[in-house]
Design a protein around this ligand. Sequence first.
Ligand SMILES: Nc1nc2c(ncn2[C@@H]2O[C@H](COP(=O)(O)OP(=O)(O)OP(=O)(O)O)[C@@H](O)[C@H]2O)c(=O)[nH]1
Ligand SMILES: [Mg+2]
Length: 282
Amino acid sequence: MSKENISILVVGKPNSGKSGFFGQLYNRLEYAEEGNFAKLLKTPENKIALDKVTSRYAEGKALEHTPVGDYDKIELSIHADQKSLKLIYPDYGGEQINHLVENRRLGNNWYSAIQNSNEWILFIRLSDLNKSYDPIQKFTKIVQSGEQKSKDEIEEKLPSDQAYYIELIQMLLFYKEIGFTSQISNLELIVTLTCWDEIENKEEKKPNELLKEHLPLFYEFLIQNWVKTSLKVIGISSQGRSLDKNNGDEEYLFEEEGFIINSNGEKNNDLTSILKIVLDEN
Ligand SMILES: Nc1nc2c(ncn2[C@@H]2O[C@H](COP(=O)(O)OP(=O)(O)OP(=O)(O)O)[C@@H](O)[C@H]2O)c(=O)[nH]1
Ligand SMILES: [Mg+2]
């Protein structure tokens, strides 16, 4: 793929760390330090969501869920290694992504964001897997509500995380009008394991090994359908560590927190180095 005019679409379920990532990346780009890999090209038109992140982190507090329909689209125009990149996040709260998988429907804004993108970043928070589709929880709810359903009917409504992500990618590819006749090489996919700080038993493991361990079917789906060089798996922790929603941590310095783990498992404290990965420069 030509690495000019890169337009990256960031996609992730609710609670996967999207707002935190954009807020922290924006801060690093805006107040770029000397050695940082990338800089902000222009101030984004819509900064409300980004400023909200900064003010929560300034108080040392965890972020609130992005209300559905609260924002339009966040777009960061970036300059990195003499190239222009655009990072796009159609932010309506991650429910829009659930909506796409559950109803196979997509709003117009999403449609054009998918059409105009030539690179995707998919956020997956491993520590959050199975929560929204926890079979026991759903079964308990059905029993409590007194609904009479057969076992098959119940199981039908329980897409596993693996099925969810496969379906999501298939839906996005459908709207991008890319088929499976040959392995995909013209659309780069960066699977990003978010909130890396809270992943357990990760010592010595590379991001792709963790993805394979936690979502083996989805991993297999990806490596079968993507050309090796167009698929990357990395890790990120934009917040750096856990915070509480109500009790602010006075010692938390958001300017110094956050890191990236590249596909070789190497850590970099410069959050803007994610763009180095996008540009295939590490
Ligand atoms: N431990 C840890 N927590 C994080 C990190 N990034 C975000 N969080 C927390 O995880 C929760 C979800 O993060 P958000 O960035 O709001 O996630 P989102 O994808 O925007 O979620 P929606 O707005 O619901 O779609 C918040 O409480 C954050 O404070 C991280 O790197 N590490
Ligand atoms: Mg959000």
